[in-house]
Design a protein around this ligand. Structure first.
Ligand code: DQQ
Length: 491
């Protein structure tokens, strides 16, 4: 068992050159990162913790890494916040969240994974909910841990799958949290607990149960009100595909529905994927001081981790933080407006006719923000395929292919330089009534995030193509008209 002190010393010594990281996406200080944790505002800054294994670039004994930001696009590393060094969390400080106590201290709530000596292989642990209290830099685990023990799981729920508490404070000063649990039918469900002071908790109700339709176990819930609707975000494991809405394996689901005034009765009316790309999981949200609900996700998928070379000094990235809104009964996402301040060197083209393959002068790069509007170029004869290639070099590219007759948009990183037999393509169906396709593409050295039609859908993928491959080209098998604005991003 390695202590917090050891972790802090280790990360101090291991310096990764800035040019080996993305420019404006957060990566682990060193080693491995997965889920965002404790995404919150504290003492005038955004705090973001993350699932962290500093000693190597693979998932192992989970610590909490820590970073702060004033604008969500520049991050400063703080020392590792927690290590799994206590009896009740010796097998990992798993995901959780954070809030502020009335006395100004920061409260972290997380899942402690407790080892059971001689327990069944692969199941020799219990998961319980634990606390740590701190000043934004140093945290002390609560002497009364765990505060939600396995005895507090209702109706024969699993003692092994009980994790990822998301806490929030009510107007009356009391607290609630939602946490994921595997029910006796093996499916995930979301349990809601209440507390007057953040330390002493009671079970209140099952908020929502998976009827078997959305994978099996659910992970990393988040629950909030947005524009009068209740929103529940969950990340199911073991999903089965449903058209192009949901894909196999670990996915993300957003439920929108009615939420009673007391916030206790949630009735979903709509569900959708949160991200239609390859790499997005376990998102968590924070409320900004100006009232925006901002979501960040782990920009990786468990089944596709092999995309990254095992010898890399860091593995795992966070997505660009995204502002959430509801339109036409759907969740929309848009990059935080703070990113706009990093835009530099504008290049603009209007009404460019794309026929066959072509590139545009000055349009290239791997760290950029690009907005495109694609319209038919020939009223009589609609084109059948329009594609954009980026991160393009002699041998490599990643592409977006739009087939208007099928309303389908495909993100494809097959030729991005990956040597692994993992998923490299994903598609989504775009709005069928629209005359034009609008895309905002954000590239940052090792990733592409594509916001479709004003954020109605988002497709995210990591790409580890050599940085020299910075070409961008367009191809149409008929005629298309293109408006394009490109900015380089300068941090
Ligand atoms: N990752 C954490 C768990 C969570 C899972 C462990 C989701 O708390 O359920 O690193 O990626």
């Amino acid at each position: 068992m390695r202590t917090l002190e050891e972790a802090r010393k280790w990360e101090e010594e291991k310096k990764i050159p800035e040019e080996k990281r993305p420019v404006f996406h957060l990566t682990p200080r060193v080693g491995w990162m997965n889920d965002p944790n404790g995404f919150s505002r504290y003492q005038g800054k955004y705090h973001l913790f993350y699932q962290y294994y500093p000693y190597n670039s693979f998932w192992s004994s989970m610590h909490w890494g820590h970073a702060v930001s004033t604008d969500l696009v520049h991050w400063e590393y703080l020392p590792c916040a927690m290590a799994p060094e206590d009896e009740y969390d010796q097998d990992g400080c798993f995901s959780g969240s954070s809030t502020t106590l009335p006395d100004g201290r920061q409260l972290l709530v997380y899942t402690g994974v407790r080892h059971i000596e001689g327990g069944p292989p692969g199941r020799d642990f219990y998961q319980t909910q634990c606390l740590a209290v701190g000043d934004g830099l140093n945290y002390e685990k609560y002497a009364g841990n765990p505060v939600i023990s396995t005895e507090m799981i209702p109706d024969g729920g699993s003692l092994h799958d009980f994790r990822d508490p998301k806490i929030w404070q009510l107007d009356d000063g009391s607290y609630r949290l939602v946490v994921a649990n595997r029910g006796s039918d093996k499916n995930g469900r979301i349990l809601l607990y209440e507390s007057a002071d953040g330390f002493s908790w009671t079970f209140r109700k099952v908020l929502l149960e998976n009827d078997g339709r959305f994978g099996r176990m659910w992970e990393c819930p988040d629950f909030f009100r947005l524009e009068g609707k209740g929103v529940l975000l969950v990340s199911p494991q073991d999903m089965l595909p449903e058209g192009v809405e949901y894909h196999n394996g670990n996915g993300t689901v957003c439920f929108l529905g009615t939420l009673s005034e007391d916030g206790l009765d949630f009735h979903p009316e709509h569900h959708q994927a949160i991200d239609y790309g390859i790499d997005f999981y376990a998102p968590q949200t924070v409320l900004s001081p100006d009232g925006r609900r901002i979501m960040i996700g782990w920009m990786q998928n468990w089944d596709a981790c092999a995309i990254r070379k095992p010898a890399s000094p860091w593995a795992g990235q966070m997505s660009i933080p995204r502002e959430l809104s509801i339109r036409d009964g759907r969740l929309y996402q848009w990059p935080v407006r703070e990113l706009d301040a990093l835009r530099a060197e504008k290049r603009e083209f209007r009404d460019i006719e794309i026929e066959g393959e072509m590139s545009l002068p000055g349009i290239s790069g791997r760290v950029l923000d690009m907005e495109l509007v694609i319209r038919p170029g020939d009223a009589e004869k609609m084109y059948r395929r329009f594609s954009i290639r980026f991160a393009q070099g002699k041998d490599y590219y990643t592409s977006l292919r739009f087939r208007p007759h099928e309303f389908s948009l495909k993100l494809d990183r097959t030729f991005s330089g990956s040597r692994r037999a993992i998923v490299h393509q994903r598609s989504c169906f775009v709005d069928q009534g629209a005359e034009e396709l609008r895309l905002r593409i954000i590239l940052d050295r090792y990733s592409a995030e594509v916001f479709v039609n004003g954020g109605r859908q988002v497709m995210t993928a990591t790409i580890y193509t050599e940085q020299e491959a910075d070409g961008i080209s367009f191809c149409c098998d008929g005629k298309a008209k293109l408006n394009l604005v490109q900015y380089n991003i300068r941090a």
